[in-house]
Design a protein around this ligand. Structure first.
Ligand SMILES: [Zn+2]
Length: 557
């Protein structure tokens, strides 16, 4: 086994971006926080003292595991096509960059396809060992739980199988360093105890759990039963929901208002499900989708021979919804004659089929919905004012998605579950950055548009991978709409962030402007192996400008 050497970590450092003006730090697409080791250490002590060593260890191990597994996603992305060992050491290199510990590889022997792994590393400056010794003094057993969780999480996600790392020596026991060894869990003869610290997150358990969820969801989809679709906790959502909730106990006619795509039918269905009519039918009709000449027969039914083509008697939607709820979407699109009939049904509680003398009593709760201004339609003569007042007894406005930003994350999570089951896809989740883009997009098409975008994202995301911005916003015009968001967290704003930070560092470093110029020139000359034209290019100045500066320097010396 040859000595393992780390590749330069410039690629990893460039993933870290400080954006103090947004109150954010990013590691590629994952949001990070910079916190005091002392605060982590205090939290660690709280956990140990209040929950006991075992529980504290379990929590910290799993925290580390989650963090390592996330970093593993970066490994292949950042070093594609490189030696597998070089991609793998992204783990130790990020662990160092993140400030946990200094990692020296001792042995690394791995074969991803074959599933074999043996890794041995030395740890210096373990933050966790320091924290533990600081609070409790030297101990008998290894204590770098979060870090060992990180190593196991990174390696397991990288290898696609559970690799258990164990601390065979720990600085907290009085050794100079910690030493860790990782192997597939089956190869540890006595792994049961340690493995139990990962239990809720062990890959096997996790996969079984996901499998179960997928099966349950698919079964529910096959039976045509949507899982409860009303999700939200934003104040706008809660207000609308509480109005629906109160209406459910009564028989009042409800008018749902709101932009297209806000989920009016879902609210109507929820109202039905919460009411005493839940066991009876819920019938939905989109008035805009029916040709005008068919609307009346669709709604009120038709008797055989009522008009050419009426070969058989047929019940209308009102009769089919008897005892239950009829949802009339885009009610503003009803032609005037149908409006007159609808008004009569609402007033009398009875209908007549087309071509029939008989009057039928019906018991239906009407829920109407519109995305147009009905009052304006009344003024323009397109909508009967008496029908408008009849419908407008209990108006409920469903807020647009851009007013429900707090609901986006839970909505996205539910959609990710639903569409992964539908498309037989497992995804790791959605990156923080992609979620942030979703939260700042304006959503002209509301929840329906969000659904479309998430479904597309699920299809485009590789198996077991994270959903990233480019999986969601693939159209240039969509992308333009979120561009400002990406720039906030991405390259443009970053350039400013970096420049700001750099200036601040220089100011505090004690370097003067002349020293800085000299240092930059020397660096550029070194980087280009003494080639002055190359150095000038690196410094973004012309060759004569560089000559002038060098001469000026010589004269000063
Ligand atoms: Zn240790």
């Amino acid at each position: 086994m040859s000595t393992i050497r780390y590749p330069q970590d410039r690629d990893l450092r460039s993933l870290v971006r400080f954006c103090a003006d947004k109150g954010m730090i990013w590691l590629d697409e994952h949001r990070m926080i910079l916190m005091h080791a002392a605060a982590m250490s205090a939290l660690r002590k709280e956990l140990i003292d209040s929950l006991g060593i075992d529980q504290a260890r379990r929590i910290l191990t799993r925290m580390g595991y989650a963090s390592g597994a996330r970093d593993a996603e970066l490994a292949r992305k950042v070093r594609p096509g490189q030696r597998i060992e070089d991609a793998f050491v992204v783990g130790p290199q990020l662990h160092m960059l993140e400030g946990s510990v200094y990692v020296t590889p001792v042995a690394l022997d791995m074969d991803v396809e074959g599933g074999t792994f043996y890794g041995e590393f030395l740890w210096d400056n373990s933050y966790e060992a320091e924290a533990h010794v600081g609070e409790y003094g030297h101990t008998e057993h290894p204590v770098c739980w979060m870090q060992i969780g990180y190593a196991s999480g990174f390696t397991s996600a990288f290898m696609g199988r559970f690799i258990l790392f164990r601390e065979v020596e720990c600085a907290a026991t009085g050794q100079n360093q910690c030493r860790i060894v990782g192997k597939p869990v089956e190869e540890w003869p006595d792994a049961a105890e340690e493995a139990s610290y990962y239990e809720a997150d062990s890959i096997l358990a996790h996969m079984l759990e996901l499998r179960g969820q997928v099966d349950a969801l698919r079964a529910s989809l096959e039976h045509g039963q949507q899982p409860p679709n009303l999700i939200g906790s934003s104040s706008g959502f809660r207000h609308a929901y509480s109005l629906i909730d109160k209406a459910a106990a009564t028989h009042v006619t409800v008018l749902l208002l709101g932009e297209t795509g806000v989920g009016k039918e879902r609210f109507a269905r929820a109202l039905h499900d919460m009411s005493r009519r839940a066991a009876a039918p819920f019938v939905a009709v989109n008035c805009a989708a029916l040709p005008h000449e068919l609307i009346e027969s669709e709604l009120f039914g038709v008797e055989k021979g009522a008009f050419t083509g009426a070969h058989a008697s047929r019940a209308g939607k009102f009769e089919r919804a008897d005892g239950g709820t009829l949802f009339l979407d885009e009610v503003g699109e009803l032609p005037l004659p149908a409006q007159a009939k609808l008004l009569r049904v609402l007033q009398e509680g009875e209908i007549e089929r087309l071509g029939d003398e008989r009057v039928r009593k019906i018991n239906v709760r009407l829920v109407a919905a519109t995305n147009v201004d009905l009052q304006a339609a009344v003024k323009a003569g397109h909508f009967r004012s008496d029908l408008f007042y009849r419908l407008n007894v209990y108006p409920v406005r469903i807020p647009p998605l851009r007013e429900r930003i707090a609901d986006i994350q839970p909505l996205v999570e539910a959609m990710v579950q639903r569409f992964s089951a539908l498309h037989d896809k497992r995804v790791a989740g959605i990156t923080d950055k992609a979620l942030r883009a979703l939260k700042s997009y304006a959503w002209p098409g509301n929840i329906r548009e969000l659904e479309n975008i998430i479904e597309r994202g699920i299809i485009l995301t590789p198996q077991n991978d994270w959903i990233e911005i480019e999986h969601l916003f693939t159209e240039p015009q969509d992308f333009g709409a979120v561009q400002h968001t990406i720039n906030d967290a991405g390259s443009l704003a970053d350039a400013e962030c970096i420049r700001e930070a750099l200036c601040r560092q220089i100011m505090t470093s004690g370097l003067g402007l002349d020293d800085l110029e000299e240092a930059l020139i020397q660096h550029a000359v070194r980087e280009s192996n003494g080639n002055l034209s190359g150095a000038a290019r690196l410094l973004r100045i012309t060759r004569p400008q560089l000559n002038y500066r060098l001469k000026k320097k010589e004269a000063a010396d």
